[in-house]
Structure formats: structure tokens, C-alpha cells
Design a protein around this ligand. Structure first.
Ligand code: ADP
Ligand code: DP6
Length: 365
């Protein structure tokens, strides 16, 4: 049996901007995991997961052995990852084999509450990792990341892949996305090995951030996001003014995130000031788009943090889910968590998932 696990993630800064190729975000991998156990099987493959309701997803090789057929499956990250790795396996002239996957997620809580810790990325990364070991493909971490991102954009074409990078590489990272639309357009026609080496990846960067100096991260969960429709408001600006404001958002986000990257391991006060700035940029984007990124609870979490001399921000798409706080030692956990509980914000006991083994990433200097 092969067993692998992949960590969840939290966005720290740069969300939304990161959807545009080449624009940076900072993420953390966190110590909650999704596990995939692979066992060899015969004649048919099964995927077992609580996510699939009553029965497993069933798949088998087609007659040529160069693609898989999935029975009764919704478009899905797991089968997208299997299909892509099986293509690569076939390109390498390796014999098709059968296996069962058992997926066990620790990213949601026992009662099924979804914390928004990036389960789709973790499951994709873990399946690629398991199949790499099973077929002994010898893929590097960067190749596994690229494969997981290509599988992801088969299901969610707009996803930036920041969560995929955090889950693959662990620790704190700075990330910029490739042009996913271009890669997706190429992905069915090119051999997988060629796709991984395309120039479209050049703008995609993953950099290693050092330990966070003088601050610690706290995470509060405000509940699952409300329906997007309820959070969408009418925007009265002309298209031209919206475009200009969006371009300004991107430029300001880039500047703040790059400064944050450089202050990260060095200057806690600067990190706090920049995180507060990122909070306001995100709120401004919400207003521009007519969506509520910073809900009342998230605003409360951020305001309380700022009042105590820390900094807080919605993490990810917003509209609910998690808020993060970076706090200096002088701000005690209980000061914040006590306030949170009175406002139905659940403190999550999450910490950084540090990268294991030799680090393939270039460090920020
Ligand atoms: N335990 C799991 N088993 C199988 N697939 C999973 C599992 N957890 C998540 N997924 C996949 O990821 C999708 C959830 O992705 P999404 O709604 O974007 O949430 P997240 O923000 O956690 O990534 C599910 O619909 C499913 O396809
Ligand atoms: C807006 C984003 O930049 C960040 C969204 O972060 P979340 O952590 O909220 O992600 P999901 O729950 O998977 O939708 C979109 C992106 O980067 O793809």
C-alpha cells in the first residue's frame, strides 16, 4: 500500500490579484491533511471517499490503455488527476495497472463543517503524489505541482493554483500563476511531458519565504460563505472607470505583496502595516466588483486585531470562511479568541505545515 498526505492552505495576501498571470500572492500550508491510500487492484479501479455519497467512483482503462473511462462521475479533481497521470504513464510506454484509492480528509471537521482550507488542491496534489510513487515515475516536486495544476484547470479553469502550490511545497510561499487559459487550450493536443515544459510556465513562480519573524498566525472561522448572490450588489461605475480602478488594484496589490515578501523574515512592524494595507485593498476590490468580501464578522475580526496592535485580513475569496491575524507576542491569544467567540467566530488550532526534506524552491533574499 502507498499512503500519502497533502496539507491544506490559507491565503495570507494577494488573493484575486493572483488570478491574473504573474501577479503575486502569499500563502501558508497548514497542519491539516488529506490522505490518499493506494492499493493495487485487478480489472477495475475504485475511488472511495466520503465526498462521493454512497458508492465509490468506478473507472477503467479504455481498450488502447491510453485513457480512462469514468462511470457515473461528476467532473471531478480526482479523476482529472488520474486521467492526466495515466496519459503520462502511457506516453512513457509503461503498462496500465489498476488500483483503488481511499481518500480520507482532515480538512473539514468531524461534523462536516467546511473550513475552506483548499480540499480540491490537497486531493489533486495527493493523488498525483500517490500515482507518481505507484508507477515510479520519478517526478520532481515542480513537475508534480504543474501536473496538479493542469488537472485542476480541467475542472476549474479560472483557479489560480496558489492552493496547489501551497499544498505541494508546504511552508510559506510567494506564488504567481501561469496563463491557465493558454495551457488548457494546449493540454489535450500536446504530450503531457511537452505541456510541462511550455514557455507559458515562465511567469509561474514559487518562492520560499523564511520563518515569519516576531509574529504568529491566528485563524478564525466565520462560517461557510453565504451564497454569492446574496453578497453581490449593483455597481454604478462605468466599465471604463471599473477597468481603471481594477488596474490600480492590481498595481497596488503587487506593490504591497512584494514588500510583504521582503519584510516577512525581517521586519514585524512593516509586515503588520502591509497586511492592514492588503485588507483595505481587498475591501476596495469588493466594493468595485459589488461583492462583499469582508463580511461583518470578518470586519470584526480585523478591527479587533487592529485595535490590539495586530493585523487581520479575510483569507481567500472571503464572504465568510477564515480570517487570519498576524500578532506580535504582546497580544495574547485569549484577548482575541475571547472576543471572537462572543461573535460566533471559531478559533481554529492551525499552524504552519513546514516543508519536509530538501527544499526545491528558490528562497527570497
Ligand atoms: N475528501 C475528498 N474526496 C474526494 N474529492 C474531494 C475531497 N475533498 C474535496 N474534494 C474535491 O474538491 C472539491 C471541493 O473544492 P472547492 O469547493 O473548491 O473547496 P476547497 O475550497 O476546499 O478547495 C469537491 O467537489 C471534490 O471534487
Ligand atoms: C479569489 C482567489 O484568489 C482565492 C480563493 O481562495 P479560497 O481559499 O477562498 O478558494 P476556494 O475555496 O477554493 O474557492 C481565487 C484563486 O486564487 O483561485
Amino acid at each position: 500500500m502507498i499512503e500519502v498526505s497533502a496539507p491544506g492552505k490559507l491565503y495570507i495576501a494577494g488573493e484575486y490579484a493572483v488570478v491574473e498571470p504573474g501577479h503575486p500572492a502569499i500563502l501558508a500550508a497548514v497542519d491539516r491533511y488529506l490522505t490518499v491510500a493506494l492499493t493495487a487492484s485487478d480489472g477495475v479501479g475504485h475511488v472511495h471517499s466520503s465526498r462521493y455519497g454512497h458508492g465509490p467512483v468506478t473507472w477503467f482503462h479504455d481498450d488502447d490503455g491510453d485513457s480512462i473511462v469514468v462511470e457515473h462521475s461528476p467532473l471531478d479533481y480526482v479523476t482529472a488527476a488520474i486521467a492526466l497521470l495515466e496519459r503520462l504513464r502511457s506516453e512513457r510506454g509503461l503498462r496500465p495497472l489498476y488500483y483503488d484509492l481511499h481518500i480520507d480528509t482532515g480538512l473539514d471537521d468531524a461534523s462536516g463543517r467546511k473550513f475552506g482550507l483548499g480540499s480540491s488542491a490537497a486531493v489533486t496534489v495527493a493523488v498525483i503524489d500517490a500515482l507518481n510513487r505507484f508507477y515510479e515515475l520519478g517526478l520532481s516536486p515542480m513537475e508534480r505541482f504543474r501536473l496538479a495544476l493542469v488537472a485542476t484547470i480541467h475542472v476549474a479553469p479560472k483557479a489560480s493554483g496558489g492552493d496547489v502550490a501551497a499544498s505541494t511545497f508546504g511552508g510559506w510561499i510567494a506564488y504567481t500563476a501561469p496563463d491557465r487559459a493558454a495551457l488548457r487550450a494546449l493540454s489535450d493536443d500536446l504530450p503531457v511531458a511537452d505541456l510541462l515544459a511550455r514557455p507559458e510556465w515562465d511567469v509561474c513562480t514559487v518562492r520560499r519565504l523564511p520563518e515569519l519573524a516576531g509574529l504568529r498566525m491566528l485563524v478564525g472561522w466565520t462560517g461557510s460563505p453565504a451564497s454569492t448572490e446574496r453578497l453581490v450588489h449593483r455597481v454604478s461605475l462605468s466599465q471604463e472607470r471599473q477597468d481603471r480602478a481594477y488596474a490600480r488594484f492590481l498595481a497596488e496589490s503587487d506593490a504591497a505583496v512584494e514588500e510583504l515578501v521582503h519584510a516577512w523574515g525581517r521586519d514585524p512592524d512593516r509586515v503588520l502595516a502591509l497586511l492592514r494595507r492588503c485588507r483595505r485593498l481587498l475591501d476596495g476590490l469588493g466594493r468595485l466588483r459589488g461583492t462583499t468580501i469582508e463580511t461583518e464578522q470578518l470586519a470584526f475580526l480585523c478591527d479587533e486585531a487592529e485595535a490590539l496592535g495586530a493585523a487581520g485580513k479575510p483569507s481567500g475569496a472571503g464572504g465568510g470562511d477564515c480570517g487570519i491575524v498576524l500578532a506580535p507576542a504582546r497580544v495574547g491569544d485569549e484577548a482575541l479568541a475571547g472576543q471572537w467567540r462572543r461573535n460566533s467566530i471559531l478559533p481554529l488550532d492551525l499552524h504552519l505545515h513546514a516543508p519536509r526534506g530538501a527544499d526545491p524552491l528558490a528562497a527570497v533574499r
